[in-house]
Write a protein of this length. Structure first.
Length: 483
């Protein structure tokens, strides 16, 4: 049995399924239970519910070429709707505990690169085109072939890098780590807290949450991550009620004035497939689509491989079960995001929180997706969890994913150096895609200088060439006269 399977703790002989639902999702077969799946679904939702706040902020803060801004209320509805539908589809069709929502980074591209050059409808149309092209790559088998061409130890490095990345996200989101303002004239990019030391009650909630989470994990308490999130949310609500706190960040933990809110579907279907070609030059549009595809393609690939490895679901060859369906659904999520005006949707690395809670099947997605569905009507209630209460889950999951580093042969530079660059570049560049690109390029270069170029799959050569263009996109644009 591979070590990745041992990590997940799957039994050697699976108990018989208790009912049809169990058989369909293979819950018992994968060593899980309905309780674990439900807890995992809740944990995943609460660690990514911030997207209901953050996506509207990012998209709503930008103006298109004509000075138009998107309505925040409509963006909340669009974000929740697409996440609900596509997460459930991934669960039923892909049977993996991979939740889907608007991709961070991708929404910034849409808001700050696409929209200023065209209308919002045109920008969302490009997102739809991106999703269609990704689905074509899946149907032709190219996307799956690329995933299969990646050396097993490099896949494990991707998982480790994602672990460090989401842990870093947790530290940053909670305010434990912050960017030093450029005006400080220092070469140090980040610091402890906001002033070089920890200050304020919100950071205390985070620190207590981390201690509670790791204590519960060490005691192997069932539902450790979810218990921590709920407990620290209650603590945060109490603290916020008795202490005058200037800001908690995106979400203030307080009992909402009202529980329900009417969803506004005004942005759904507001897209134009080919309008961008009329507003900007064809070369510009092609490069923008290329940027979207490359970011979405490899962010999703890294997430799918990393989460599947952590769940112990990779087969003997290190492949993801039903990968063709999973990749197609992820591509369809990009299309749905454009159609719903929620930006490109993709698999979420925060799904690792659910996996850490025991989720091993798509049944957990029914819970997560259902909660996003409820968020359409209960947004005031379901968005009271502050980042400081949810972020400890990301720290804990980062630790769990870091354990895969032991599977990498650090004595072989041809795999150790690319693995290191993959792992290090993800948190340092705040991008899964950049980390994968650094790993691929260095792998090809080292194999070549060692006289082992023939050992590199031809697809990795092609993808590495694309990454070379990706990293050098600015001089390429200048040469083509785009800017």
């Amino acid at each position: 049995m591979p070590d990745t399977q041992k990590v997940a703790g799957r039994p050697s002989a699976a108990p018989p399924a208790v009912n049809g639902l169990d058989r369909y999702f293979r819950i018992s077969e994968r060593g899980s239970t309905f309780g674990r799946e439900i807890r995992g679904g809740f944990a995943t939702f609460f660690t990514m519910a911030y997207i209901l706040v953050l996506n509207p902020i990012i998209l709503g803060s930008a103006k298109d070429k004509f000075g138009h801004q998107l309505d925040t209320g409509q963006l909340v509805t669009a974000t929740a709707l697409v996440a609900c539908v596509m997460t459930i589809i991934m669960g039923v069709g892909g049977n993996l505990p991979l939740a889907i929502a608007a991709g961070l980074g991708l929404n910034a591209v849409v808001a700050f690169q696409l929209a200023p050059l065209m209308s919002w409808a045109d920008a969302m149309g490009l997102v739809v085109i991106e999703g269609i092209l990704i689905c074509v790559l899946v149907l032709t088998g190219l996307r799956e072939a690329i995933m299969n061409a990646i050396p097993q130890q490099l896949k494990q490095a991707i998982g480790v890098g994602i672990g460090l990345f989401i842990a870093f996200i947790g530290f940053v989101d909670a305010g434990f780590v912050s960017r030093i303002p450029d005006a400080a004239n220092t070469t140090v990019p980040v610091q402890l807290g906001t002033v070089g030391r920890l200050t304020g009650w919100p950071v205390l909630v985070f620190c207590l949450g981390v201690l509670l989470t790791i204590a519960l994990l060490a005691r192997r308490v069932k539902g450790a991550i979810l218990i921590s999130i709920v407990t620290m949310t209650v603590v945060a609500i109490v603290i916020n009620a008795v202490v005058d706190i200037k800001s908690w960040g995106l979400t203030t933990p307080k009992v909402p004035d009202k529980i329900a809110a009417t969803p506004d579907f005004g942005l759904v279907g507001h897209f134009s497939l080919f309008g961008a070609f009329g507003e900007t030059g064809a070369i510009t549009v092609i490069l923008l689509i290329f940027t979207l595809i490359l970011s979405d393609f490899f962010d999703a690939m890294g997430t799918i491989v990393g989460i599947s490895a952590e769940a112990g679901l990779l087969d003997e060859q290190g492949q993801v079960p039903g990968i063709g369906r999973v990749l197609f659904i992820d591509g369809a999520a990009a299309i749905a995001g454009g159609v719903g005006s929620a930006s490109s949707n993709t698999a979420y690395i925060e799904s690792a929180a659910g996996v850490g809670e025991g989720a091993r099947t798509g049944f957990a997605n029914l819970v997560t997706g259902g909660l996003f569905g409820l968020a359409l009507f209960l947004t005031p209630l379901l968005t009271i969890v502050p980042l400081q209460a949810a972020a400890p889950a990301l720290i804990a999951v980062g630790f769990l994913m870091m354990t895969h580093v032991k599977h990498i042969d650090w004595d072989r530079y041809e795999i150790a150096v690319p693995a290191f660059l993959t792992i290090a570049a993800m948190p340092f560049t705040y991008s899964i895609t950049d980390g994968i690109g650094a790993g691929f390029l260095s792998y090809v270069v080292i194999k070549t200088v060692l006289g082992k170029a023939r050992e590199v799959n031809w697809l990795l050569w092609g993808v590495s060439a694309l990454f070379l263009v990706y990293f050098a996109i600015d001089p390429v644009e200048q040469l083509l006269g785009v800017r």
